[in-house]
Design a protein around this ligand. Sequence first.
Ligand SMILES: [Fe+2]
Ligand SMILES: [Fe+2]
Length: 473
Amino acid sequence: MTIDYQERIPNNVGLNDNRQLQRALEKWQPHFIDWWKEMGPEGYQANEVYLRTATSVDAAGWATYGHVKTPDYRWGIFLADQVKDRTIGFGDEYGKPVWQQIPGEHRSTLRRLIVTQGDTEPASVEQQRLLAQTCPSLYDMRNIFQVNVEEGRHLWAMVYLLHAHFGRDGREEAEQLLLRHSGDPNNPRILGTFNEPISDWMSFFCFTYFTDRDGKYQLKMLAESGFDPLSRTCRFMLTEEAHHMFVGETGIGRVIKRALEVMNELKTDDPVRVRDAGAIDLQTVQKYLNFWFSSSLDLFGADISTNAAGYFATGLKGRPDEDGYEDHICNEGTLNVEEICEDGKVVARDVPLRNAMNAVARRAYIKDCDIGVQRWNRLIKKAGAGFEFKLPSERFRRNIGSWTGFHFDPDGNPVSNEQWARRKDEWIPSDADRAHTHSLMKQVVEPGKIAGWIAAPDRGIKNNPIDYDYVRL
Ligand SMILES: [Fe+2]
Ligand SMILES: [Fe+2]
């Protein structure tokens, strides 16, 4: 049986001309579909969803819209256009031509980087699999499915690299990507955040705002890679990632807007009354931000890291937006990094820049996270309410790097174990906060209707009205 790959797996990597790669993907594809049916969105797989599909990388083709059942989504393989005469943009190999094939000495490191990135993609689909059942509107249900199919496509992107460049090892890794599962005690996903349950929409919006944004920064760093196919894959993935963060930013914004409406109607800023009215109070929103921001910060690794220095030196992984820096060698500079000593004292040290690459990336990420926070604060100010959102300190609730094992409040002040246990419910969602949020999670699917805890979106998808049949039930 022959398969028209252009039709079945839209691609710009010449699948039709590569028998070996075809065979490898032919074997993997049914496993992927089984995984999607079993571990992907629960329910609604037989319903048509208004989805964006990439059918080419140019402006016309990368976003083709239409109604499709999610198991029939055409997960394509796309590399951004090759940049002519591209050279390595940083590290010891600076200025040398990029690699189209993997240099033997970088093989295992690159495989680990690609597998780690690839693992996050299906993980997030698994984390979000039950949420359609409690969606606040059909518009939101469509958005979560859009995010899910694109994370599926990002898995395809990494599996393509594994199949095309890593031979048998790569094929084995591709199988493993479908066998690890988010939160599975015996075979969990690789990174901590991707094993956290996402059991309500507030968590989903925070995840897409903070954790997909971590994804953006990881992709930006890999987009700088000297391994050109990886760079090109990541550059295209970034175009899709923007929508995921849009879902998060507007989602949180709509929750805030609804809280402000309730506060205005009731002439109160009492969080209890806001809750009683069926909204999520701003204080609780802040706790969710604290939780997901701190969890996502860990994904950048330790502030001081010889691994990070190695990736930079060898040209495997650059800084986000490497072009924006003057010095691409970084053998000389230092970065001032705070660390905590065993006795609990915080000290600042100047660290050789290459060893501080994780900190450099994390700082860029934090700046980016703050943009949305300031936008939400403007909403509050405009409504005349007296509340301000703030990202917690980098020290808060960290499980990777030197802060691990010590407790801090959101302002970065040290707190004892006892104080932490007593006060943590002020800083991250308490059982009662989660119970309240969960009590609001009732599905609304009538076109144009919106649940009472969240405001309607400003506009629909692709100029369609808000009451469009985004999912045909
Ligand atoms: Fe992704
Ligand atoms: Fe994403």
